[in-house]
Write a protein that binds this ligand. Structure first.
Ligand SMILES: [Zn+2]
Length: 435
């Protein structure tokens, strides 16, 4: 590939970081998605790539571009990135969060790793192809989405629901969160490729009781009942279940790190993984974390109702079993309301695309070893998988050994190493040419 693409990625990423695309979760205060989509459109049309923009609501823009491949009979590869970011409180940051400042070898800004870095890599690679006449082996569909950070209803879920035709023929996809390095030693870096994602079940628990005066004896208090259920679920540890992805991950990692793996207590091995222990730790069991409480309106009135929100994340294939387990924990009298449910996903770590990922990484980093892992959070892959597309998290990034990468997601002073970004362009270029 030409040096132009590698040189261009920093500027493209910087431009994107300077567009404030904060997604507050409230459509009235969410900004910038349309501006960012128009920026991407301009960069693609400038080199002759046709794009279309699809709004799910005013200014909630999603962009699609199809790059024809040499063999149109093959399934297309979807390459996707979201343009929105979570908000940032400037008073907590060392640099203004939407400045795209270059400092100490990093580009700083909200979205630097989640995920304007990959958005920029996608642009850099295909712009270079157009300028130099490269045709990929199969169709590539580029997709830039809105609203990934607040439930995806205005973004990928909208596209999957209302515009599946735009993604027709896509058999596989790559997007966040994977392809980043974890340094074992100078000669060995594990690159974590996402092959599975936990499911989401955000639910509200409701307790009902007899309303009454706060001065009387009262044995049917909704606040008390809810508090007991919330405490029970918050303290509960659901049983450990090792899915094929986590089993493969643990095997690879214990081999690479020379850690003894006790199959009955894999968490002992996970605890030794330093900065990624947190990322992996949540993938061996279902989890349920209480996040909000709501009850009462006056200090001396016992309310008839109390509610709490619980953020539940379920392993692939466990959604129904989880609800049975939860019912056992909270007891029969608490009512469960589902606020949002999205199924987990899991694919196998094999096939030509996976081999091309490994090969592209090794060509740019001889110490690279690709390993599959499960993400405990959610991405746009949840929507695309409903169309039968096999989804991977692969946004390649070589990271300095001492960088606490997972802490930067939605974190203060989010930043991306410029060398890592340039590495990512080279790996992505190789992968897309050989997939
Ligand atoms: Zn993201």
């Amino acid at each position: 590939m030409s040096d132009t693409a590698v040189d261009e990625v920093t500027g493209l990423c910087q431009d994107l970081l300077r567009i404030d695309t904060s997604n507050t979760g409230d459509p009235r205060t969410t900004v910038g998605e349309r501006v960012a989509a128009e920026y991407v459109a301009e960069k693609l049309t400038e080199v002759g790539i046709e794009v279309s923009i699809h709004e799910s609501a005013p200014k909630r823009a999603n962009l699609i571009a199809r790059i024809p491949g040499a063999d149109p009979s093959r399934g297309a590869l979807l390459v996707h990135g979201h343009l929105d970011v979570v908000p940032a409180d400037a008073s907590e940051w060392s640099v203004p969060p939407f400045s795209g400042e270059e400092k100490d070898g990093y580009l700083w800004g909200r979205g630097a790793i989640d995920m304007k870095d990959f958005d920029a890599m996608m642009l850099a690679v295909v712009r270079d192809w157009k300028r130099t006449g490269v045709v990929p082996p199969r169709d590539i569909v580029l997709c830039y989405t809105a609203d990934e950070e607040a439930g995806m209803q205005y973004g990928s879920q909208f596209l999957a629901r209302e515009h599946p035709d735009l993604l027709e023929g896509c058999t596989e996809a790559i997007g966040e969160v994977g392809g980043f390095s974890y340094t074992v030693n100078d000669d060995l870096r594990l690159y974590l490729v996402e092959t599975a994602e936990k499911g989401i079940d955000w639910l509200r628990l409701h307790a009902r009781g007899r309303p009454g005066h706060g001065s009387f004896v009262h044995d049917d208090n909704a606040v008390t009942a809810l508090a007991e259920a919330v405490a029970a679920v918050g303290r509960h540890r659901f049983p450990m279940v090792i899915t094929p992805t986590v089993a493969a991950f643990l095997e690879e990692v214990s081999d690479a790190l020379g850690i003894e793996l006790d199959p009955d207590e894999p968490e002992l091995a996970i605890a030794k993984l330093g900065p990624i222990a947190n990322l992996i730790g949540a993938t061996v069991r279902n989890t349920a974390n209480p996040t909000r409480l709501e009850a009462g309106y006056k200090d001396n009135v016992i309310p008839g109702k109390a509610s709490a929100t619980v953020d539940c994340r379920t392993l692939p294939g466990q959604a129904e079993l989880f609800l049975e387990q939860l019912r056992d924990v909270i007891g029969p009298d608490i009512e469960i309301e589902h606020l949002q449910q999205q199924a987990a996903l899991e694919t196998t770590f094999d096939g030509a695309l996976v081999e091309a990922m490994s090969a592209a990484l090794r060509a740019e980093d001889p110490g690279a070893r690709a390993v599959p892992y499960m993400l405990s959070g959610g991405t746009d892959a949840k929507a695309f998988t409903t169309l039968g597309i096999r989804c991977f998290g692969f946004a390649p990034l070589k990271l300095p050994a001492d960088l606490n990468f997972s802490a930067l997601f939605h974190g203060i002073d989010e930043r991306v190493p410029i060398e890592g970004l340039r590495f990512g362009v080279r790996v992505l270029d190789r992968l897309l040419r050989n997939s």
